[in-house]
Design a protein around this ligand. Structure first.
Ligand code: C5P
Length: 233
């Protein structure tokens, strides 16, 4: 389980991680927090032995993305995101940039943002359904040497068939039964997402907005452990 640190500044991030660090190993730092606080929020987490998912969704020319991925790897993060729509040359350059690192982060490609529907895709000149476009971009990513993807619960089983067991599928939109759905549209419970083939679950508000975040995190970890237990006969 990866907890999304969707907070505006380093002080709020420190307060939240202090509550959670005994229970949770993984933390996601996204654009809001990284633009506000930069490496100063990532480095202390890494120094305390946590695994950081740097979710910056990179999309630029190959040389720039390769250099950014190298900077992320130097910070010691364990996962970094980039847009598959950047194309095969950009993805391959990002992959090659990690060759010099002994313990490189996993590159995760974002295929189609969950905010995009068929109409939005059409407006950008892509005459396909989101599902078709996800499949096309995932195939392209795999061919370029990227085996990790961020995907919605709705896409996880199709992507798992495409990647096989080696794929690293990171799935947001997780809501334990009874949790507020908020603005998420394609949701799954932790157990369902795991059964459909997720490797990691990203959980934000069900933990960060809970009256007791550590207790909420423990309950989700317990549900995950139960889902992974072999079915009793
Ligand atoms: O609060 P919640 O559990 O909805 O947070 C989910 C996290 O996953 C947020 O940081 C959100 O930006 C991220 N995310 C997402 N959907 C995607 C990609 C990332 O919800 N397709």
């Amino acid at each position: 389980m990866i907890v999304a640190l969707d907070v505006p500044d380093a002080r709020s991030a420190a307060a939240l991680t202090a509550q959670l660090e005994k229970t949770c190993q993984w933390f996601k730092v996204g654009l809001e927090l990284f633009i506000a606080a930069g490496p100063s929020v990532v480095l202390p987490l890494v120094a305390r032995g946590h695994s950081v998912f740097l979710d910056l969704k990179l999309h630029d020319i190959p040389n720039t993305v390769a250099a950014a991925v190298r900077s992320a790897a130097s910070l010691g993060v364990r996962m970094v995101t980039l847009h598959a729509a950047g194309g095969p040359v950009m993805l391959a350059a990002a992959r090659a940039a990690l060759d010099d690192f002994e313990n490189p982060p996993e590159l995760l490609a974002v295929t189609v943002l969950t905010s995009m529907d068929e109409h939005q895709l059409g407006a950008t000149g892509i005459p396909r359904s989101p599902a078709q476009q996800v499949e096309l971009l995932a195939g392209m990513g795999l061919a370029a040497g990227v085996k990790g993807f961020v995907c919605s619960p709705k896409e996880v089983s199709a992507l798992r068939s495409l990647t096989g067991p080696a794929g690293v599928l990171v799935v947001p939109g997780i809501r334990p039964i009874g949790a507020a759905i908020g603005d998420q549209k394609r949701i799954a419970t932790p157990a369902d997402a795991l059964r459909q083939g997720a490797s990691y679950l990203v959980v934000g508000r069900p933990i960060t907005q809970a009256p007791d975040p550590a207790e909420a995190a423990e309950a989700i970890l317990k549900e995950m452990a139960e889902a992974l237990e072999p079915a009793s006969t």
